[in-house]
Design a protein around this ligand. Structure first.
Ligand SMILES: [Zn+2]
Length: 299
């Protein structure tokens, strides 16, 4: 299984090219390329570049990865996808650009967050959310087909007004499966991205979630937390039982890479310690993937 990590923290600190160089230098086999912070920094959003510059930018990054032997196995879409505020067509256009950029980067999968209707309440709005997601993602099928990209819908969570953790559309395995299957009936361009930490926050063990997704599971956001906060910690610093999770991946015949989404770990120590924190992230990930688990849940 290839070991991968996302570019988010490194890219914010050093830019995209240097982020990819550092992922490779730390020893990772592949990268998860994050688009979701684009436009938040003062730098211009590369997804919005004029076509010629856009093609040159992402093809240039692909060429760099080719020279380093670092495939980009997955990307992460900008979010939110939907707010119901009149700006949603522009958001969808950004998703189309991100799909195109994924193809230019050579990434077969892009992780996306399912849309959440305004003031979402799962008790009464489940069907409304299902229809909304069917419409939004269904509308992206021609773009996905043109670029040969698969959208991997991620399990999320939400915080209620009282601060309690609650369900977002697709938070639980049955609902995520239903949405993916319904979309695949329209066009077979959809899969699942399992976020281990989000599963834990809703009381679902990541190993159980993986088994329920089965063949739909194509990419991972491997991260740890205390079960209550979306901490994006390095495996071993939270409550995920990593040996059991790795066993479940095998049982589910998972063929994708083991991709860490643990950027709060390097972020805690800052860009000045990035080499050291990525070196440790790599070591922890490598041992897990090789079955030499040394995290606190080691058995
Ligand atoms: Zn995630």
């Amino acid at each position: 299984m290839l070991l991968s990590t996302q570019t988010d923290f490194l890219s914010r600190a050093f830019g995209d090219e240097e982020a990819l160089r550092r992922v490779r230098a730390a020893g990772f086999d592949a990268a998860d390329f994050a688009f979701f912070h684009y436009g938040k920094a003062r730098r211009p959003n590369p997804l919005l570049l004029p076509e010629k510059a856009f093609l040159a930018y992402f093809s240039g990054l692909r060429a760099l990865c080719g020279r380093m032997g670092l495939p980009i196995g997955q990307t992460h879409a900008p979010f939110p996808l939907y707010r119901g505020d009149g700006q949603d067509e522009a958001r969808l256009e950004l998703q189309r650009r991100a799909i195109w950029a994924s193809a230019l980067l050579g990434a077969p999968y892009m992780a996306v967050h399912p849309a959440k209707p305004r003031e979402y309440r799962p008790e009464t709005m489940r069907e409304e959310a299902f229809e909304l997601n069917l419409r939004l993602f269904g509308g992206l099928i021609p773009c996905l087909e043109a670029h040969g990209v698969v959208l991997a819908l991620e399990n999320l969570f939400t915080y209620g007004e009282d601060g309690e953790i609650g369900e977002a559309p697709g938070s639980l395995p049955a609902e995520l499966n239903r949405l993916i299957d319904a979309l695949n009936e329209k066009g077979p361009r959809f899969a699942a991205c399992l976020d281990t930490g989000h599963a834990l926050m809703l009381g679902v063990k990541p190993q159980a979630f993986a088994l329920k997704l089965g063949k739909r599971l194509k990419i991972l956001h491997a991260q740890d937390n205390d079960g209550r906060h979306d901490q994006h910690l390095l495996p071993g610093l939270g409550k995920v039982d990593w040996p059991k999770f790795l066993k479940a991946l095998k049982q589910a015949k998972y063929e994708g890479s083991f991709s860490l989404e643990a950027d709060q770990f390097p972020a805690a120590f800052g860009p000045g310690n990035a080499s050291e924190s990525y070196c440790l992230m790599h070591g922890v990930g490598r041992n897990l993937v090789a079955g030499r688990n040394e995290t606190r849940n080691a058995k």
